[in-house]
Design a protein around this ligand. Structure first.
Ligand SMILES: NC(=O)c1ccc[n+]([C@@H]2O[C@H](COP(=O)([O-])OP(=O)(O)OC[C@H]3O[C@@H](n4cnc5c(N)ncnc54)[C@H](OP(=O)(O)O)[C@@H]3O)[C@@H](O)[C@H]2O)c1
Length: 246
């Protein structure tokens, strides 16, 4: 199968790229660094011969408007270019527990989900919990000088590598609509994950936990992003095991 991976250099995208290749698929990488800005359209030949698109592209912002503009522009590009090229399946990745959180980044992910469901391409939508790698992303995004500011969040993180395996499984299985949520094997507190990561790096940077304002902050601190583990598929690798391995 020929697979286009949108966001193939990202945290989960790099695993998707590796897994798809390891399983013998031909893989096309669509990122700005490979010359494709998905918010601006695709050249006619970019999806030539592609059977399936796996969209794991993303933008780092808390602004609902910026994120919505981004995800809707990428969706438009993939629907138009995908239909023109005869793509038969779009697999997209969203986030567990974001229903009804109409603000900030999560509101934009819901808009992206709606665009996938309403699009012309046959689709599969997987929602995953935060990745173990989210701890490092939080350090990058929350650095204020030496201080690391961490949103109060109760999560159930899963290894990005396991999410990538699931996405390639879904790509191989064909369009299935809503896939079963994928969450990690254990509940965690984000600030504890960040402290453990920094300790493993030998860093003594001060860490402060703050409640984020608004609906997004409520969703993060309430535990709803953990999903309902009984009704979800659960990954195997714990955050501690992932930390040991990395
Ligand atoms: N991080 C988590 O814990 C988590 C959990 C569940 C779901 N998700 C979802 O999974 C997706 C990927 O997340 P991630 O954390 O792996 O993202 P990431 O590491 O920030 O990677 C984003 C990817 O998108 C590409 N990209 C950004 N803007 C682009 C553009 N205009 N055109 C083409 N490519 C573009 C980037 O490459 P270039 O910069 O080279 O363009 C990069 O490959 C997101 O949709 C996110 O909502 C994330």
């Amino acid at each position: 199968m020929k697979v286009a991976v949108c966001g193939a250099t990202g945290v989960v995208g790099s695993h998707v790229h590796r897994v798809a290749r390891a399983r013998g698929h031909e893989v096309v990488s669509l990122t700005r660094s490979s010359g494709h800005d998905l918010t601006k359209g695709l050249s006619e030949d970019a999806l030539a011969g592609v059977d399936t698109i796996i969209d794991v592209s993303g933008i780092q912002t808390l602004s609902r408007k910026r994120a919505t503009d981004y995800f809707l522009a990428v969706s438009r590009t993939l629907q138009e270019a995908g239909a023109a090229a005869g793509v038969s399946h779009l697999v997209a990745l969203s986030i567990v527990g974001i229903d009804g959180v109409r603000s900030s980044y999560y509101g934009a992910k819901e808009e992206q989900e709606r665009a996938v469901r309403a699009g012309v391409l046959p689709w599969t939508l997987l929602r995953a919990a935060q990745f173990h790698e989210f701890a490092a992303q939080t350090v990058e995004r929350g650095s204020v000088g030496p201080l690391v500011v961490v949103p109060r969040a109760r999560v159930r993180p899963v290894a990005a590598a396991e999410v990538a395996d699931a996405l390639v499984d879904l790509a191989e299985a064909g369009p299935a609509g809503e896939a079963t949520d994928l969450v990690g094997p254990r509940n965690e507190i984000l600030v504890d994950m960040v402290r453990a990561l920094l300790a493993r790096r030998g860093s003594r940077r001060p860490v402060v936990e703050v409640p984020l304002p608004g609906a997004m902050g409520k969703a993060m601190s309430s535990g709803r992003l953990r999903g309902t583990p009984d009704a979800s598929r659960q990954g195997h690798q714990t955050f501690a095991e992932w930390l040991d391995q990395s």
